[in-house]
Design a protein around this ligand. Structure first.
Ligand code: ARG
Length: 415
């Protein structure tokens, strides 16, 4: 990044103030090294500052996706599901993940939370990005997601019991094994703990939403993780599993598909963030059958897809704490922003959707003061769009300027 003594400024026509929920005109963001030192609106350029002029563009804080999997992409599955399932290892994931990281950054996502990766490939990716060896978003990572034998974290489910798999990364049954697994993840560099509270769509179980840990087991995940100062993200589709996870004290529920009235109340009481990956359904239903995924998977998606969107709308109406999580990796990296339009179609204002991916996401990640706003002291993570994202949130699918920590990743603003 630029030396701390270099003063740089970014000028544009508008700036989305995500904290205040307003748009301000004629902003000048002043940057020293990797962080913002001032945001002014008086048109005055301090002496000795190099200005990047983005003309009529609108500036926003770098976007944040709280649910990605940078170690895989659906385009790896070229019509042969089993090829991808059985012939690839974490080395393949490690080779490909820098490409996905770069696509994500280029799309304007300067911070992501990676929730579930085998063999700590996510830790290595995060560290390579932090060292400046490769370009990518700032990452918080979970390592392998915890889950029950035969459940959503157990990728060996459905195969012959005579096949010996080398390691089933996140599988842990019972309180002691769970506590051990959490400690292992922390030991090997996890920033956050992810576990599977319920069954899932893209795994072999018959159910999509049934709880897969007991209340006691979920409590153990959260108790152990929090003792080590790590937040917890719970995958949960089913109403019961969602409530169990919230009662256990998780920091966010991922998917949240079948959340009921009681679940919405509980989330509010506990201050739990809800992530709804509401774009995902479109991609799975149009592409996954072609990729050779079993009909049972497609049927499971049909059970949750529509209801997830309806329940997202209920959650918005109820004023729940909502952050932005897409599950990119299930759909192609770089397409993260496609979710914004679905969020506004199902009840959010564009400003609310943008806040979910900035201030709210930063709060969930424990990074308020660092990312998610354009304010003094924050990382100089900036994106800009040519159009007006408050009129048409899908403008965020065409981010044309990306700066991370004071470094310009790309600048395709039309002048
Ligand atoms: N990774 C999730 C699962 O397999 C994807 C769920 C996608 N479906 C949805 N409607 N959001 O369970």
């Amino acid at each position: 990044s630029t030396p701390a003594s270099t003063r740089l400024a970014v000028r544009a026509a508008h700036l989305v103030d995500v904290k205040a929920g307003t748009v301000r005109d004629n902003p000048l963001v002043i940057i020293e090294g990797d962080h913002i030192t001032d945001v002014r609106y008086d048109g005055q350029v301090p002496a000795g500052v190099n200005v990047i002029d983005l003309g009529s563009a609108t500036l926003l804080p770098g976007l944040i996706d709280c649910h990605v999997h940078l170690t895989g992409d659906p385009n790896e599955v070229k019509g042969d599901y089993y090829e991808a399932m059985l012939k690839r290892t974490s080395l393949d994931a490690a080779i490909l993940s820098p490409t996905y990281a770069k696509r994500t950054l280029d799309a304007g996502f300067t911070t992501v939370r990676n929730v579930g990766a085998d063999d700590y490939v996510d830790v290595a990716l995060r560290d390579a990005i932090n060292r400046g060896d490769i370009a990518g978003p700032r990452m918080l990572v979970s390592g392998p997601a915890l889950g029950a034998t035969g459940g959503h974290a157990d990728g060996t489910t459905g195969f012959s019991p005579w096949i010996e798999f080398h390691d089933v990364n996140g599988v842990a049954d019972g309180v002691d094994a769970i506590r051990h697994r959490v400690r292992e993840n922390v030991k090997h560099g996890a920033d956050v703990i992810k576990f599977m509270a319920s069954a899932g769509v893209l795994s072999a179980e018959a159910s999509v939403g049934a709880p897969q840990y007991s209340q006691e087991e979920m409590n153990a995940v959260v108790d152990e993780a929090h003792r080590w100062g790590k937040k917890v993200a719970a995958h949960a589709h089913g109403a019961e599993a969602i409530k169990m996870a919230i009662r256990a004290g998780v920091d966010s529920v991922e998917h949240s598909s079948l959340i009921d009235e009681e679940g919405l109340k509980l989330a509010k009481q506990h201050g739990t963030y809800l992530d709804f990956d509401v774009y995902n359904d479109d991609y799975i239903l149009s592409e996954y059958a072609k990729k050779g995924f079993p009909a049972s998977t497609i049927d499971k998606e049909k059970l949750v897809g529509r209801l997830q969107r309806e329940n997202f709308q209920r959650a918005v109406k109820a004023g729940e704490k909502m952050s932005f999580g897409t599950d990119a990796g299930v759909y192609p990296h770089g397409w993260n922003a496609k979710q914004f339009a679905v969020m506004t179609k199902w009840g959010m204002t564009p400003m609310q959707a943008i806040q979910a991916a900035t201030v709210n996401a930063a709060d969930l990640l424990g990074m308020t003061g660092t990312v998610g706003q354009l304010a003094p002291g924050y990382y100089a993570d900036l994106v800009a769009v040519n159009g007006d994202p408050i009129k048409d949130v899908s403008q965020l699918e065409h981010v044309a300027f990306v700066m991370k920590a004071g470094d310009v990743d790309r600048n395709d603003i039309k002048r």
